[in-house]
Design a protein around this ligand. Structure first.
Ligand code: 4YB
Length: 454
């Protein structure tokens, strides 16, 4: 699409009104019907008092209702803050006032917001003037996971989201004939990345019950997956999939995983992205190397003392707090990621997060180095190495593993594959309680859980 002059759904409704925009389960919705419904909701929201510059929290798992609300809030000119329904009330009580949230929308009937908000209904009709499309307008607030526990809200303009989408689509073809499954949550930047690529290309977006994943993928050509989802898919689905392309990201992507997927006819792209950069920054078509390729068009990357710095049009305008944007970049526009990386064989390889590094008897341990080796075990699908306090060594590594494997056997398997000081001193199975919610298991929660067990 050339430079956008209108809300993208309205532009597509003018250009291709009868073409399918959305697959809601098995029901096809045209661009005209979609655009009409978004505009009706937006007018209703404006009638209920949503003004440009307000912030509307939208709480819910992925659904057509949440998607339509997200887009309608944008058409009101307001900022949308998608919320993971698993965030505890205590966190929302602290967070929402700082983010100046004025209105709330929740898919759960009778949900009691822990702070005073004006509740919105999607049913209410009303005539109200709606603002014009402006690409520079702040559109979304997306919460970071944050190692301290209190998330920050990265504020992106439409321009940033569309630049992100343009960069990805310069590498992966996604046309009006293709269907991208909304395979990751809208409250995470990876889910929003799917939305903006869909809106840019005018393709089809599929909203499905995600369990089981192989059924959700039926008829879809594109999906974004975290590595654990792809492991599960390979484990469960026997038949060929209609997938043309899977964009992987969010965590270290094992070479074994993409090799197995490619052998089953699933074409993989390996990406590296962050909330602050509105998803993907670097990516490549999967190959036998563990890197994530090079920056996509519109992004730049540099390494300073091993730390990855990024800049580009897709960067957040700042963190939103108390009605202000707090800058996230230095005076030259560079954002310090706190990720360690190296250039290897002409591409970037992610080493791990600087904040994860700990010391054991004077030796530095980057947990991801040990995790990478453990992920090579054929039965391990996910693993976290975290420190526990130790009188003699200061800290020592402990492993928390997911997979169809006896954790007792893993110590033997690992011995000789890592240095002695890297050898975990205890092994645990990843408990279900740590898996809920977002797209990733929180390393901070794993650490806290292990502390309670040791
Ligand atoms: C990585 C990493 C990697 C991130 N190796 N560590 O559209 C996409 O790009 C997408 C597709 C599929 C799945 C996820 C995505 C994303 O957007 C992921 C974006 C994300 O994870 N954002 S985050 O703010 O929650 O976390 C960012 C952190 O995740 C980075 O700072 C890295 O530490 C880590 N990470 N990709 C190793 N390929």
């Amino acid at each position: 699409m050339a430079q956008l002059m209108n809300w993208p759904w309205r532009a597509w409704a003018e250009q291709a009104p009868e073409r399918t925009a959305l697959l809601d389960g098995a029901r096809a919705v045209s661009w005209r019907a979609l655009s009409d419904e978004i505009t009706r909701r937006a007018a209703g929201f404006a009638f209920q008092g949503v003004r440009p510059s307000d912030t509307v929290a939208v709480r819910g798992k992925n659904s057509t209702d949440v998607l339509l609300t997200y887009l309608a809030v944008l058409q009101c000119g307001a900022r949308v803050l998608p919320l993971n329904p698993q965030l505890p009330a205590s966190l929302l009580t602290e967070l929402l006032p700082d983010l100046n949230v004025t209105h709330g929308y929740c898919t759960e009937v009778g949900y009691a917001w822990p702070v005073p908000l004006t509740l919105l209904s999607a049913q209410a009709d009303g005539a109200a003037e709606l603002p014009e499309w402006r690409a520079e307008r702040l559109a979304t607030l997306t919460l970071t996971s944050g190692s301290s526990g209190m998330p920050k809200a990265a504020a992106h303009s439409f321009h940033a989201h569309l630049s992100s989408a343009r960069g990805v689509l310069a590498m992966m073809t996604f046309t009006a004939e293709d269907t991208w499954l909304l395979s990751l949550p809208l409250f995470h930047v990876s889910g929003q990345g799917i939305i903006w690529r869909w809106l840019l290309a005018g393709g089809v977006l599929a909203l499905r019950d995600m369990h089981p994943l192989d059924e959700a993928l039926r008829g879809c050509t594109h999906a974004s997956l975290v590595p654990t989802q792809l492991w599960r898919l390979l484990g469960h689905s026997g038949d060929a999939l209609s997938l043309k392309a899977v964009l992987l990201g969010g965590a270290m992507i094992p070479v074994d995983l993409v090799e197995q997927a490619e052998a089953r006819g699933i074409r993989c792209w390996c990406g590296y992205g962050l909330t602050e950069m509105a998803s993907t920054v670097c990516a490549k078509r999967a190959d036998a190397l563990p890197g994530v390729g090079l920056p996509l068009p519109g992004r730049e990357m540099k390494l300073v003392n091993g730390e990855i710095f990024l800049r580009g049009e897709n960067m957040a305008s700042g963190y939103w707090r108390d009605g202000h944007l707090i800058p996230i970049s230095d005076s030259d526009g560079w954002f310090a990621t706190r990720d360690r990386g190296v250039m290897e064989a002409g591409e970037l390889r992610i080493v791990g997060r600087m904040d994860n590094l700990f010391f054991s008897g004077g030796e530095g341990i980057q947990p991801e180095d040990i995790e990478r080796v453990l992920m090579q075990h054929p039965q391990v699908t996910q693993v976290f190495v975290v420190p526990v306090a130790d009188e003699e060594f200061g800290q020592r590594p402990v492993a928390v593993v997911e997979g169809d494997v006896e954790v007792g056997e893993l110590a033997g398997w690992l011995s000789g594959r890592v240095a002695r000081f890297q050898m975990p001193v205890r092994w645990f199975v990843l408990p279900e309680v740590l898996k809920g919610g977002g797209i990733k298991v929180s390393r901070r929660l794993v650490r806290e859980w292990v502390k309670g067990e040791c």
